[in-house]
Design a protein around this ligand. Structure first.
Ligand SMILES: C[S@@+](CC[C@H](N)C(=O)[O-])C[C@H]1O[C@@H](n2cnc3c(N)ncnc32)[C@H](O)[C@@H]1O
Ligand SMILES: [Zn+2]
Length: 425
């Protein structure tokens, strides 16, 4: 029979309790959540993750399915978007709490693009909250939406926290088309703040240089008086190579290789290994909220990082457990959860309509009702949950606003979009 502690570890709740006093991660190391990452991230403690890599759907207008017979058979996800995919509470959140970000979203050309950006924005806001002050985020995308996503990231993280646009260059079977053949993806790197974890990585020196300088030594430049030119010569020190550039040549997973699991959109292990090495240290927590067949988790595991993965697909979760267990051999510590974690870093929240909350909200809104935008004295405004409690909204200040009595009654437990439609009618 399993001991109580073993059961706790399996359920991941042991860590939740332990971290209550530490204010750190409230999810056990090596947890795979099966579910929507928005709900799951909302249950994770702030500033508890050192590195986030996400490879979300790209709005490619394609629905993906793994080939029958592959290890990933049965896994599928959709990448077509319409306004019906957008939860009205997300719109409310963006309109009321993030107007600058909302303006960027409204710049999108089509309803499908807007829906996709709303979907991504609410999740990226949570990711920023989860990062530690020295953490950073890598967002993997392609040219379909990269230009919009960069604006969204600028609005969320701040332009000054943009660090890199990495080009992942791969080769494909050449095909003639009325276009230059696309052979790259884009990976944006943003920091949470000014001080960010960074481990310098190196590329091998170019073939040309290697031919001229033998023996793998560091190179120094000197002024050659005879020729009047700047020249290079080897020193006694061994060279680590040249500081890594932002264009990465890494093979795509194609054809039958050991690495290939058949999961649609599987990324190379080498790509994730590079990201994790550069932007985290041993023991750090790595999160992949769209983890697919767990390339990030497998690389984090191999590099002695802690990891948490989320995927909405049950098939992905099943595959991940198999992949990591095969890699870990006997150490089967993976925790597969389908429930939501509970934050332990909020402490006891004050009552949602307490005087302090009312004062902060009144100041934030400048005394205007968040619905009809009429100015009122404070005693005529009521505290409202932006996302209703029955839909998972909390009493936390970030989920509260002030409405006049009339607006509050019209809105009830519905979203702001409903209230605005009613006010316009
Ligand atoms: C592009 S794939 C990721 C592939 C992954 N990087 C790999 O190497 O296997 C995107 C993944 O996001 C998952 N996904 C889509 N929407 C999600 C959501 N709301 N929450 C969690 N996972 C989601 C899909 O099931 C899919 O596995
Ligand atoms: Zn009102």
């Amino acid at each position: 029979m399993k001991s109580g502690r073993a059961e706790e570890r399996k359920s991941g709740r042991a860590e939740e309790r332990k971290s209550a006093s530490q204010g750190s991660i409230n999810v056990a190391n090596q947890t795979i959540f099966e579910g929507d990452n928005l709900d799951i991230m909302r249950g994770m403690n702030s500033e508890s993750v050192n590195l986030i890599y996400l490879d979300p759907p790209f709005n490619s207008k394609t629905d993906y399915a793994a080939p029958i017979g592959s290890q990933a058979a049965g896994a599928e996800f959709k990448d077509t978007w319409s306004l019906s995919d957008v939860d009205v509470t997300w719109l409310d959140l963006l309109e009321t709490k993030h107007p600058q970000l909302n303006r960027v979203i409204q710049a999108a050309m089509t309803k499908s693009d807007k829906s996709y950006l709303i979907y991504m924005s609410v999740r990226l806001l949570e990711m920023k909250r989860l990062l530690t002050s020295t953490g950073c985020l890598y967002l993997h995308c392609d040219p379909t939406m990269s230009h919009y996503l960069k604006l969204i990231l600028d609005a969320i993280f701040g332009r000054k926290n943009f660090l890199n646009e990495v080009i992942w260059h791969y080769r494909r079977w050449p095909s003639k088309q009325k276009n230059f053949q696309r052979m790259h993806d884009t990976i944006f790197r943003y920091a949470k703040g000014q001080d960010v974890v960074w481990n310098q990585l190196f590329d091998a020196v170019s073939h040309e240089t290697a031919k001229r300088i033998k023996g793998g030594k560091k190179i120094t430049t000197f002024f050659d008086e005879e020729s009047g030119k700047k020249r290079i010569r080897p020193t006694e020190e061994s060279s680590q190579g040249v500081p890594m550039r932002d264009v990465w040549d890494i093979k795509q997973i194609v054809g039958p290789t050991r690495e290939r699991l058949g999961y649609p959109t599987q990324k190379p292990f080498a790509l994730l290994e590079r990201i994790i090495r550069a932007s985290s240290n041993k023991g750090d927590v790595v999160l992949d909220p769209f983890c697919g067949c767990a390339t990030t988790l497998a690389a984090a595991d191999a590099l002695d990082r802690q990891w948490v993965g989320i995927d909405i697909s049950g098939k992905a979760a099943e595959l991940i457990v198999r992949r990591i267990e095969a890699q870990q051999g006997l150490f089967r510590n993976i925790c597969h959860r389908t429930d939501l974690p509970k934050r332990t870093d909020l402490g006891p929240l004050p009552k949602y309509n307490c005087e302090t909350n009312r004062k902060t909200l009144y100041g934030g809104q400048g005394g205007y009702c968040a619905g009809c935008k009429t100015h009122f004295e404070t005693h005529h405004l009521e505290v409202d949950h932006i996302i209703a409690k029955q839909s998972g909204g909390t009493d936390h200040l970030t989920n509260l606003q002030l409405l006049c009595g009339n607006c509050n009654r019209i809105k009830g437990d519905r979203g702001m979009a409903y209230l605005q439609t009613k006010l316009r009618a």
